[in-house]
Ligand binder design. Sequence first.
Ligand SMILES: *Cc1c(COP(=O)(O)O)cnc(C)c1O
Length: 372
Amino acid sequence: MTISRFIPPQRTLMGPGPSDVSPRVLQALSQPTIGHLDPLFVGMMDEVKALLQYAFQTENPFTIAVSAPGSAGMEACFVNLIEAGDTVIVCRNGVFGDRMRENVERCGATAVMVDDEWGKPVDPAKVEQALRDNPQASVLAFVHAETSTGALSDAKALSALAKEHDCLTIVDAVTSLGGVPLLVDEWQLDAVYSGSQKCLSCVPGLSPVTFSPRAVEKMQKREQKVQSWFLDQSLVLGYWSGEGKRSYHHTAPVNSLYALHESLLMLQQEGLENAWQRHHDMHELLKSELEALGIAFLVEAPYRLPQLNAVAIPDGVDDASVRSRLLNEYNLEIGAGLGALAGKAWRIGLMGHTARKENIALCAKALKDVLG
Ligand SMILES: *Cc1c(COP(=O)(O)O)cnc(C)c1O
């Protein structure tokens, strides 16, 4: 076998992530690698932190990027806030809520499940009932934007319920950050994790997280050591914080952090509200194109995610062959259905840099051609 250089094609990424990475971010990624304890790099990390605080709309000092994808941010929140024997209320209205249950159980805690139909938001009335029925619960966990179904849940209302019942919140904001309003401080969210490759349009492999002072206090009062050494945030914090006294924990993914810095800077330069508006406007445009092709949405309008459009595959259409023609003939990737929606839905992403008019025009034309 002769192996030569791998040269990827130029695709348009309209799936559930990764999204298109802008040339500015790719250029940042290719800058010279410097040492991760180099004072210039440390200064850049402080800027990443400030830019993340802006993106999350928080003043939480503990706001960093975990050196691994969104799933590691998820795990970091669970393993640090939950101890064996705890009770956690977990909302499940798609694939990612079930991953939360897995995390809770692997911490040796009990997950009390609140189930909602796929494609529907989390029902606050059910959550309130579960909080009443389980006064011993210490945490409420839910997914803000369910990428598997395209449904947005009311994080503000769910957080208010948790506060009334003296629970902390763990919130999956992997797909929501940068795409729809997410106000960590105003909504009093406690542990929030995201991913670099969805609406931030950075390369995959980093997970922004933020912990409220309440969450930090809970970590400090733990009786048991965090079972994961790498994700133990009390160790990581020493690495991200502290003017001058930064100590080695692990080697930071230096170039990926350049890329995250650039993508967050782009978000700040555009303005968060403008980014939310762009995702909304591009969703409206895509919706009119899809409806003209007779393609229907699976999620009702009031809680539809603009950045992740779950649509029904038209009757008689072969899912796999359409997606492979889009990929091979148009260099266009759209997402397949996940879990219960496999073979029944497409998930058309409009995340970050992908959410632009020319991509919607390409997608509409390609679908029209391929569906005949
Ligand atoms: C993509 C995603 C994740 C996992 O992120 P990875 O970067 O793939 O590990 C978690 N939750 C939601 C809602 C997601 O969309």
